[in-house]
Design a protein. Structure first.
Length: 224
């Protein structure tokens, strides 16, 4: 196995941000506001937000479902990459946290593109499946409670069009997934989802070292 060539990850991460990050003013302000919150560790990194925005454009996505919105940084990053008639359906249960992001969605001029659904995500996903969204969604971003990860993934595959993309966050879980002594519920749930995706003949997948690790799964276009 090839050795990881990065000897100084903090220095390397700063290099990445200094040489690739192109963050809008609204994104920067929302990120800085969220960093003052006690739960700020739940926010994705800015380079991850930029990566997902690029994926939106590469996919030509017009319809996105986000499972877990927190203060709305990831929603804003992806919504800004959508075409004017694009739509991002954001699923969360916290009015308090999502209220933090709304002024920045408005500042960026994309609030009309973000359809926030405040309810348990599984309920919202089932409603979407029952209301004509089956096989019509271009991208799904999963960043909610880890214990329901497989349930979110299975519904995501039903929502995705052939060729659509699932992005599951926290694939590394701060490195805990690689520690055989860590058997916490969330850690095991992430491992279970990763193993499922890796062996799933319905998708093509790859895990990448962006943010806290992203598991990407592209729904195959052939029938299954």
């Amino acid at each position: 196995m090839a050795k990881n060539p990065v000897e100084n990850p903090e220095q390397m991460y700063r290099y990445i941000l200094d040489n690739t990050l192109d963050e809008s003013e609204s994104l920067r302000l929302l990120r800085e506001t969220t960093l003052t919150m006690e739960q700020s560790m739940m926010q994705i990194s800015p380079d991850q937000g930029q990566f997902m925005a690029l994926m939106v454009k590469l996919m030509g996505a017009k319809t996105i479902v986000e499972i877990g919105t927190f203060t709305g940084y990831s929603a804003l990053a992806m919504a800004q990459a959508l075409p004017p008639d694009g739509r991002l359906i954001a699923c969360d249960i916290s009015r308090e946290w999502t209220l933090v992001g709304r002024p920045y969605w408005e500042q960026a001029g994309v609030s009309q593109n973000i359809d926030l659904r405040l309810a348990p995500a599984l309920d919202t996903l089932d409603e979407l499946l029952q209301s004509g969204f089956k096989e019509s969604v271009d991208m799904v971003f999963i960043d909610a409670d880890k214990e329901n990860g497989i349930a979110y993934y299975e519904r995501s595959l039903q929502l995705l069009r052939p060729g659509g993309l699932v992005i599951a966050d926290n694939a590394f879980w701060g490195g805990a997934v690689a520690d055989p002594d860590n058997t916490e519920v969330a850690t095991e749930a992430i491992r279970d989802l990763t193993r499922l995706i890796h062996k799933d003949s319905r998708v093509e997948s790859s895990m990448i070292a962006v943010g806290d690790g992203l598991m990407l799964a592209r729904k195959r276009e052939a029938e299954f």
